[in-house]
Write a protein that binds this ligand. Structure first.
Ligand SMILES: Nc1ncnc2c1ncn2[C@@H]1O[C@H](COP(=O)(O)OP(=O)(O)O)[C@@H](O)[C@H]1O
Ligand SMILES: O=C(O)C1=C[C@@H](OP(=O)(O)O)[C@@H](O)[C@H](O)C1
Ligand SMILES: [Mg+2]
Length: 163
């Protein structure tokens, strides 16, 4: 089976759904943020603070380059589809967009301190969310609406659409 790449905004549920999907499909999971942490020896906030976003994006692309075209469930970081190069690298698999409303994201990440870009002010975040919607949609083979569904239901929906 082709590798499944979950894409979507911060808080859309990529990491949560990837865990369930990986178990249901009996495929290993790759959490891109975890691979970046292993590769750099730093946390995501440390990378942003000490090296800046561009360096983070470069490491992210290096991680993506090493993901096999078949046999994995991948939880990407929300910024992965921004680079055309990354979009090409995901062409080898099935790209699934977890489509969450702004309100859903805002509620889920209300107290989040772990995502550096989420710490910017609400208007900037909302603009980033809107700007990225087109990118996620155009990059996706499949779009799954996640509002009001449990991670389990979302994983089942992906399986129905991918198989
Ligand atoms: N379908 C869902 N329903 C309710 N809460 C969810 C759902 N999916 C994820 N969450 C919660 O939202 C937060 C962000 O989820 P996460 O998987 O880390 O998103 P992402 O990896 O896309 O940033 C977590 O607290 C998670 O438990
Ligand atoms: O949207 C983004 O640019 C980012 C999303 C994060 O991952 P999640 O989408 O899993 O939160 C993480 O890669 C980093 O903080 C940057
Ligand atoms: Mg995640």
């Amino acid at each position: 089976m082709e590798t499944i790449f979950l894409i979507g905004y911060m808080g859309s549920g990529k990491s949560t759904v990837a865990n369930i999907l990986s178990r249901k499909l009996n495929l290993p999971k790759i959490e891109m943020d975890e691979e970046i942490i292993k590769k750099s020896g730093k946390s995501i906030p440390e990378i942003f603070a000490q090296w800046g976003e561009e360096k983070f994006r470069s490491i992210e692309t290096e991680v993506l380059e090493n993901i096999p075209p078949k046999g994995y469930v991948v939880s990407t970081g929300g910024g992965v589809p921004l680079r055309a190069e990354n979009q090409r690298l995901m062409d080898k698999g099935v790209v699934v967009f977890l489509n969450a409303a702004w309100q859903t994201i805002a509620e889920r990440l209300e107290h989040d301190k772990s995502r550096p870009l989420w710490q910017t002010d609400v208007e900037e975040n909302k603009k980033r969310f809107m700007d990225r919607l087109n990118i996620y949609t155009s990059c996706a083979d499949i779009t799954v609406d996640v509002d009001g569904y449990s991670p389990e239901e979302i994983a089942d929906q992906i399986i129905t659409e991918c198989l």
